[in-house]
Ligand binder design. Structure first.
Ligand code: GDP
Length: 326
């Protein structure tokens, strides 16, 4: 295991924008080791006053929609404006083929070489909840390190986008223009979460198809009831290969940000997210308090057997176990 620094060394390094120390601090907060927990906590508490000032953008879309190509091009567009950008990834699938894992190494390679960009690949093998919580904390660390735009990328196939929506200010949904199946690629619920829908790969033979898809999404989004923040999600097109449409997307992000800051929804959203985060911690702590309890661990196999054989109803089994920690 890499030697741990002192809390103050982490904090000094992070505030100085030292990305090696930032990476080590993220590794510390991702650590499952009991002895790392209090140090991680101390670092987080101390950097908290320096966090919160970025625009947090969630980006999702089905595999192959062009997320990494898009983030690379979009990110470079942002760094050109001398803004510092961090890209964090949540990949709950962990069933990525070895091909994609190889691919991951070279993902966003150009962006990763930029001095104003920081890319942190997702830790694998963790539960969705676990990864997500560490991502929240990672956002805070990156903000303290001076990153002004934080992109959280997730694969649009599971429940991870709901989790990501709960930790960002702005949610960007990437969509493919398909042959007639425009609205089927993605669950309705995800469309509803989007602050902007972007049709990717609007280039070559695909331009007309993308324009048609754009109109379909415009109509589809019209059917949704207006949201309390009075934001009407626009539908844009872009090509990450030809680098078109990227500036327009960034302008929408800025427009959203200034409107929401003005009408109070920016702050409101972050406050709600903080409360949700607290409750998610409570749930997790209760769960580990329960499952880490030695007497419960000991008796669980017996109770399981009784439930399997029908001797106990599931609720009776649960109650018997609960009685041990009450
Ligand atoms: P991800 O799985 O969503 O991260 O998608 P990738 O970024 O890996 O892209 C999937 C495929 O689409 C790759 O073969 C890319 O070269 C291609 N692609 C990505 N963006 C564009 C684009 O703007 N135009 C075209 N024509 N192809 C693209």
């Amino acid at each position: 295991m890499q030697k741990r620094l002192s809390a103050n060394e982490y904090i000094k390094g992070i505030l100085a924008g030292d990305r090696i120390i930032l990476s080590r601090a993220i590794t510390l907060i991702e650590s499952q080791l009991a002895q790392d927990k209090s140090l991680a906590q101390e670092v987080l508490e101390k950097i908290l006053p320096f966090s919160g000032k970025s625009i947090r953008i969630g980006i999702t879309g089905v595999p192959g929609v062009g997320k990494s190509t898009f983030i690379e091009a979009f990110g470079k567009n942002i760094t050109t404006q001398h803004k510092k950008i961090a890209v964090l990834a949540i990949d709950p699938s962990s069933q990525r083929t070895s091909g994609s894992i190889m691919g991951d190494k070279t993902r966003m390679e150009e962006l990763s070489h930029e001095s104003n960009a920081y890319i942190r690949p997702s830790p694998s093998g963790n539960s969705l909840g676990g990864v997500a919580n560490k991502t929240r904390e990672t956002i805070l660390l990156c903000e303290a390190a001076g990153f002004e735009v934080i992109i959280v990328e997730t694969v649009g196939v599971g429940q991870s986008e709901t989790v990501v929506k709960g930790m960002v200010d702005f949610f960007l949904l990437l969509m493919l223009s398909g042959a007639g199946d425009e609205l089927q690629g993605i669950k309705r619920g995800i469309m509803e979460m989007a602050d902007v829908v972007v049709i990717t790969k609007t280039d070559g033979d695909n331009v007309q198809k993308a324009k048609n898809a754009r109109m379909e999404y415009v109509h589809a989004l019209h059917l949704y009831p207006p949201t309390p923040n009075k934001w009407y999600p626009p539908v844009l097109t872009c090509s990450a290969l030809e680098k078109t449409g990227l500036t327009e997307i960034w302008e929408i992000v800025l427009e959203f940000s200034s409107k929401m800051q003005e009408n109070g929804f920016w702050k409101n959203n972050r406050q709600e997210q903080s409360l949700a985060w607290m409750y998610s911690y409570i749930r997790q702590s209760l769960e580990s308090k329960f499952f880490d309890n030695q007497s419960i661990k000991k008796i669980i196999p017996t109770i399981e057997e009784k439930v399997l054989s029908g001797e106990l109803l599931p609720i009776q089994g649960a109650k018997a176990l609960f009685s041990l920690i009450e």
